[in-house]
Design a protein around this ligand. Structure first.
Ligand code: AP5
Ligand code: ZN
Length: 216
């Protein structure tokens, strides 16, 4: 199973990915998590990416495409993978198609902008694993600590309200065109499923909607 999770910042891609990767036993490929790991490791790419990310802007297609191509060539991706946060621009989607990657499904998690701002302000993240929580909607067992490691949770630098609004603007301009793009792909190619789910439901209801939709 190879599929793409599409949705605005804060739509719940990472949250659903945690569950879906277990369900299908495939790796999660989150370009955001990979970039945050590069920043933490202090690599030259990480240093460059940090400026874009802190400003809520997209990192260049060239860097991202190289990163994803290398990752999907790894052995654990043989039986499939879940792309979270990639592709995010039309050139990235074109690069994926040109690389001959046959996607089985594109899952759009739809959430209106007003709800997104709420979610970002309450998000807490465990940076090492990419696990995310929400102080109200999905609290950790112990306040401020990751459920699995007990390590500290942090607020992401790009979750400050002014940056969130900029990220939403970037999403509408550069990523939302992929909704039409992949609907057109699915209309032409019966082996590709396009599934839109209502991401304003409770986390477990979104999970069920995705699983049922993929099975249907
Ligand atoms: P990235 O890390 O991909 O961020 P994003 O797409 O903006 O998405 P988020 O991680 O913010 O949200 P999410 O949908 O995963 O939501 P989550 O599950 O955490 O990218 C960060 C940056 O990296 C970009 O801005 C860019 O600079 C760069 N980048 C990354 N990929 C790139 C690419 N391909 N090209 C160029 N640049 C790239 O949920 C959010 C919150 O809501 C959590 O607190 C969660 O607990 C809560 N929540 C989730 N679901 C629900 C629900 N159903 N009900 C209530 N609360 C919920
Ligand atoms: Zn995420």
């Amino acid at each position: 199973m190879k599929f793409i999770l599409l949705g605005a910042p804060g739509a719940g891609k990472g949250t659903q990915a945690q569950f879906l990767t277990k369900q299908f036993d495939i790796p999660q490929i989150s370009t955001g998590d990979m970039l945050r790991a590069a920043i933490k490791a202090g690599t030259p790419m990480g240093k460059m990416a940090k400026e874009f990310m802190d400003a809520g802007k997209l990192v260049t297609d060239e860097i991202i495409i190289g990163l994803v191509k290398d990752r999907i060539a790894e052995p654990d991706c043989k039986n499939g993978f879940l792309l979270d946060g990639f592709p995010r621009t039309v050139p990235q989607a074109d690069a994926l198609a040109e690389a001959g990657v046959a996607i089985d499904a594109v899952v759009e998690i739809a959430v209106p902008d007003t709800e997104i701002v709420n979610r970002m302000s309450g998000r807490r993240a465990h940076l090492a694993s990419g696990r995310t929580y929400h102080v109200v909607y999905n609290p950790p067992k112990v306040e401020g600590k990751d459920d699995e490691t007990g390590e500290d949770l942090v607020q992401r630098d790009d979750d400050k309200p002014d940056v969130v609004l900029g990220r939403l603007e970037v999403y509408h301009k550069q990523t939302a065109p992929l909704i039409d793009y992949y609907q057109a792909v699915a209309a032409k190619d019966a082996s590709v499923k396009y599934l839109k789910v209502d991401g304003t439901q409770k986390i477990d209801q979104v999970e069920t909607a995705i699983l049922d939709g993929l099975k249907a």
